[in-house]
Structure formats: structure tokens, C-alpha cells
Design a protein around this ligand. Structure first.
Ligand code: MN
Ligand code: MN
Length: 320
């Protein structure tokens, strides 16, 4: 019988059972049921009913899990063995209705809320970006108002779309209105693409977000992005990675691709740059991976690696 004092139950040993064998969990981690407890829990949010262009991200959690098979147990840049230090588990998928945005979000919030209540930090796998709203709500309910780091081509702070207040393009305005996030200590990196009008960015700035546009990233670079993030963020912190922050060359399999984005290497470097800065990361997500548009699996691979860095940050934050 496993007890809370047990050593963490790690991933299936790839030197005993090869990586391509076995039932798919994130990074071949044990399930929550197998481990019996969690310091960090990976939670799938397979819902794409609030997307506005290309669908398919309901298959994102499965795609990311498949791409995560090659993740190894030692994070070299962080000098960290996350699965040995902490109990990291795959908590499965929230039972999100495919035809009911409100109901799906409720299911995701309940699943994430139960994990937070057990003391676990939660890493969500989307799903369209709307799933970040219930994930943020659950984290804020447990830890208080959050400072958001959003890596995204889009602001996702529109007021509505076709009259709907909750879509994957409106969630962070909703989160700000509810007080779940504090836009004045929140940062968006990678914004780009054609807009409807100048007001799109002006209204986003009025809400209080600090931004680093993709074209500004040309000069600021990874170091400038990290400097902005560390200067603005305050604990508790939530990091949301919309995979469309990457250039379509690195992430074609996504709902609303925009040319001129970051490379996978730049994204991973920004995430690693948050390590050791004393920020308390309490939740995170990687969203908008759409496997039907990802024939070579490169988008899911980038997402799996971003998720691995986020697991490392969540484990580091759990040190007390
Ligand atoms: Mn986006
Ligand atoms: Mn987004």
C-alpha cells in the first residue's frame, strides 16, 4: 500500500519497457489512481466547441500525450529530475461535453478544482484556448487572484464574437472582469497578425496587460521577453501557452495560425527563464494543438516539450 510518505512513483522505465509500448499517459507517468496522490497533475481538457476557425483541438490532449513518449526523466537546463523529486501524475481528461460550452467549462473547473483542493498544481492540456478560463478560475479559487503570463499570437481579450461572450478569443477579458487575473501584473508575448482595427490592441492595453509583440521580439529577443515577464509578474502566477505563439513552421497544427511567430527553441528558452526567479507558479496550460492539421506531429511535439518545461517550473515552485 502506498502512503503519502512513499517515494514518488515515476514514469515507466524506458530501459525496461520501450517508449512506444504501453498505454498512453503524459510522459509515461502513472495515473492519479496508480500514484494515489499528486504534487503536480496533468489534466486533459479535450474541448474545442468555442473555437472560431479550424477545429480539432479536442484531440489535442491525446496528441500531446502521444508526442510526450520521448520525454526523458532529467531536465538538463533546469538540472532537475521532476518525476523523482515530486509526485507527477496524469489525471486523465475532464469529462467535457462537446456541445455545451458552459457545461464543458464547469466539468473542467470541477476536475481542476478537485486537484487543487488535494494540494496538486495543475497543468492543463487543451483543447481550444477557452479551456484556460475554467482552469484559471480553479487556480484562482485555490490561490487568489493570479498574475498571467500568456504566450500567444492573439490577445484573447475581445469582448464577444457573433454575440457570444465566451469563445477562445474572449477568455482573458472575462478572467480579468471576474478578478481571476490581474491584468496590471500580466504579460502577453508573441502577439501578431492582421487585426480588425487598431482598437483591438488599444482595448487590450486599456485592460492593463503588458505586451511584447512578435515584431518587438525581433529586437528584444528571449532575454527581453524574460526581463519583461519577471518585471511584471507577481506570485501566484499562471502560465498559458497557446501553441500558435509559435510560427506555423513549428506549429502548423493549430486553429488560428499566424505567420511570423516564435521558434520552438525561443519558447522553451522563455519558459526556462522563469526558473529560479522566485515566482510561485500554481497552474499552467498548453492549448490549441489540433492534430488533424498536424500531419507530421511537430505541433504536438513542441507542445509536449513546452509542457515538460512547465512541469519543471511547477515542481520547482512546490519546493518550500
Ligand atoms: Mn492564439
Ligand atoms: Mn489564445
Amino acid at each position: 500500500m502506498r502512503t503519502p510518505a512513499s517515494e514518488p512513483l515515476g514514469p515507466t522505465d524506458a530501459l525496461v519497457v520501450p517508449r512506444f509500448a504501453g498505454v498512453r499517459t503524459f510522459a509515461r507517468l502513472p495515473t492519479l489512481e496508480q500514484a494515489g496522490r499528486a504534487d503536480v497533475a496533468v489534466l486533459g481538457a479535450p474541448f474545442d466547441g468555442a473555437t472560431t476557425f479550424r477545429p480539432g483541438s479536442r484531440f489535442g490532449p491525446a496528441g500531446i500525450r502521444e508526442a510526450s513518449l520521448l520525454l526523458r526523466p532529467y531536465n538538463e537546463p533546469m538540472d532537475l529530475s521532476p518525476f523523482a523529486e515530486s509526485q507527477v501524475v496524469d489525471a486523465g481528461d475532464a469529462p467535457a461535453s462537446p456541445v455545451d460550452i458552459e457545461g464543458a467549462h464547469r466539468a473542467i473547473e470541477e476536475s481542476a478544482g478537485a486537484l487543487h483542493a488535494s494540494g496538486a498544481r495543475v497543468l492543463g492540456l487543451g483543447g481550444d484556448h477557452s479551456v484556460a478560463l475554467p482552469l484559471v478560475r480553479a487556480a484562482a479559487a485555490a490561490y487568489g487572484r493570479l498574475s498571467l503570463l500568456q504566450l500567444d499570437a492573439h490577445t484573447d481579450t475581445w469582448d464577444s464574437y457573433f454575440g457570444a461572450k465566451v469563445t477562445h478569443g474572449t477568455i482573458f477579458r472575462r478572467a480579468a472582469e471576474e478578478g481571476a487575473i490581474d491584468p496590471h501584473h500580466s504579460v502577453q508575448i508573441g502577439l501578431r497578425g492582421s487585426l480588425y482595427a487598431p482598437a483591438d490592441l488599444a482595448e487590450n492595453a486599456e485592460l492593463g496587460f503588458s505586451t511584447l509583440l512578435a515584431r518587438e521580439f525581433d529586437a528584444a529577443g528571449v532575454a527581453g521577453a524574460i526581463e519583461l515577464a519577471l518585471g511584471q509578474l507577481r506570485s501566484p502566477v499562471y502560465v498559458t501557452v497557446d501553441i500558435d505563439v509559435l510560427d506555423p513552421a513549428f506549429a502548423p497544427g493549430t486553429g488560428t495560425p499566424e505567420a511570423g511567430g516564435l521558434s520552438s527553441r525561443e519558447l522553451l528558452a522563455i519558459l526556462r527563464g522563469l526558473a529560479g526567479a522566485g515566482l510561485d507558479l500554481v497552474g499552467a496550460d498548453v492549448v490549441e494543438v489540433s492534430p488533424p492539421y498536424d500531419p507530421a506531429g511537430v505541433t504536438a511535439l513542441a507542445a509536449a516539450n513546452a509542457a515538460y518545461e512547465l512541469v519543471g517550473l511547477l515542481v520547482l515552485s512546490g519546493r518550500s
